[in-house]
Write a protein that binds this ligand. Structure first.
Ligand code: AMP
Ligand code: GLY
Length: 423
């Protein structure tokens, strides 16, 4: 089979490495891929948002199957466009990807179908939003409606910060049209859990749970990032919580999307908070998480390509999807300064025996050498029977990999280890 993977980050590298385990995956193209993915796939310089060029490439190269991984092309209708040319895909159509593309849509969906989430109000102009905030509980959470590179959420600790957040998003239009509408919601507390689930619209198969570490600095300080590391499974996701999530959140969400005529097929990401009132949805994503994928797929025992095709063909109920009873830890090596200003172009050295543990995100090939080209550069993942061992191995690998301005958090998995100890 000739397979095309749209995207070019660590998540796509993890997907490609896993797809390659299936001998049917004769040839894999990555659009655009990156300098590290080039070891595992043929990279083609077509941007993930350039839907027309993606479709033309897929058609001309007789692609048998396409995996559309990032949010932007999914929301823009990449799957619809590929399917219109007869190319089967993994990923939701645009009318279902809206579950991530519009926070107003997803909040209204949850309200309509009784799926637990933070209480909220929607505003499409500044003055009513400011008037509402005069008496709203603080902290308040202000969210731009549309995609904002994961940065469209502001947690205002004071009323002044909340007013500023509304002005930044709506008047200054920091996130462009994504901020034409906003959601103001209740601040929830509790441990966060990420659950990625395969669904073909009938059956939902949750993958092993994981925990992201979104802040740039140790002890959850500093700015929000795309994610500085992950561990799996997440110790806060107990059997009891998992059962409640399935019954109160996962199955109701898939049914709600069907009832709206927006059947979701692909990987549905549930960003959950385990509050004192039970699990609640913080966000939905219409795709695999990054860097959650870098810990979830290494623990997947079943074949990824076969599972994806079963999703596409609506045969997930007949397919068994299994995970190893092990733990995984991924430490992100970033460029110093991320998520703000950072220098690029430093050569990366990875010992040959570590390459199998590395998912490359922001790196390019320059004169044959791998150099950093993005904020998040590498994801270093190790698996082991316990989380403690997986973390020791991951940090051991990280210390053997070098580039001039490398930065990584030293406390990935710390909270999870402490939680695990309490059980
Ligand atoms: P999101 O981009 O929706 O994932 O939000 C980014 C982060 O903001 C989440 O991972 C949470 O840590 C936090 N967050 C979002 N919504 C809430 C909320 N209602 N209460 C508390 N924290 C939140
Ligand atoms: N790691 C969070 C996300 O993929 O949205």
């Amino acid at each position: 089979m000739k397979i095309l993977v749209v995207g070019g980050g660590g998540r796509e590298h993890a997907i490609i490495k896993k797809l390659k385990e299936n001998p049917k995956a004769e040839k894999i193209y990555a659009l655009p891929g990156n300098g590290g993915i080039a070891r595992d796939a043929e990279c083609v310089n077509i941007g993930a948002k350039d839907i027309d060029s993606i479709v033309t490439f897929a058609y001309e190269n007789r692609i048998d199957y396409a995996v559309v991984a990032p949010d932007d092309p999914l929301v823009l209708g990449c799957v619809d466009a590929l399917e219109a040319h007869g190319i089967p895909c993994f990923g939701p159509r645009a009318n279902a990807a809206i579950i991530e593309g519009s926070k107003v849509f997803s909040k209204n969906l949850m309200k309509k179908y009784g799926i637990p989430t933070a209480a909220y109000e929607v505003f499409d102009s500044v003055d009513p939003a400011l008037a509402y905030l005069e008496n709203a509980p603080i902290p308040a959470v202000i969210k731009a409606d549309g995609l904002a590179l994961g940065k469209g959420v502001i947690i205002a600790q004071t009323r002044e910060e909340a007013y500023d957040a509304v002005r930044t998003i709506m008047s200054e239009r920091k996130f462009g049209a994504s901020g034409d509408r906003i959601v103001i919601e209740e601040f929830l507390e509790g441990p966060e859990v990420s659950v990625l689930a395969f669904t073909d619209g009938n059956t939902v198969v949750p993958m092993v749970s994981s925990m992201d570490h979104k802040r740039a600095l140790d002890c959850d300080k500093g700015l929000n990032t795309g994610g500085m590391g992950t561990i799996a499974p997440n110790p806060f996701y107990t059997r009891d919580i998992a059962r409640r999530c399935r019954d109160e959140i996962f199955i109701p969400t898939v049914k709600a999307m069907n009832a709206e005529g927006r059947t979701f097929k692909g990987c549905l990401y549930f960003g959950l908070m385990i509050t004192n009132d039970g699990p609640k949805v913080i966000e939905y994503n219409c795709r695999f998480g990054d860097p959650e994928t870098q810990v979830v797929l290494p623990l997947m025992k079943s074949d990824l390509l076969d599972t994806m095709i079963a999703v596409t063909q609506g045969r997930l109920a007949e397919t068994s999807v299994e995970f190893y009873d092990k733990c995984a830890a991924c430490v992100i090596m970033a460029s110093q300064g991320y998520p703000e200003h950072y220098e690029k172009g430093y050569e990366i050295t990875i010992p040959e025996d570590e390459a199998e543990h590395v998912y490359v995100a922001g790196a390019a090939l320059k004169d044959g050498a791998l150099v950093n080209s993005g904020g998040r550069v590498l994801g270093v993942t190790r698996t082991a029977p316990t989380l403690k061992e997986a973390l020791e191995l991951a940090y051991g690998s990280v210390r053997r990999i070098h580039f001039a301005n490398a930065y990584y958090r030293k406390d990935i998995g710390k909270k999870a280890l402490e939680a695990g100890d309490k059980e």
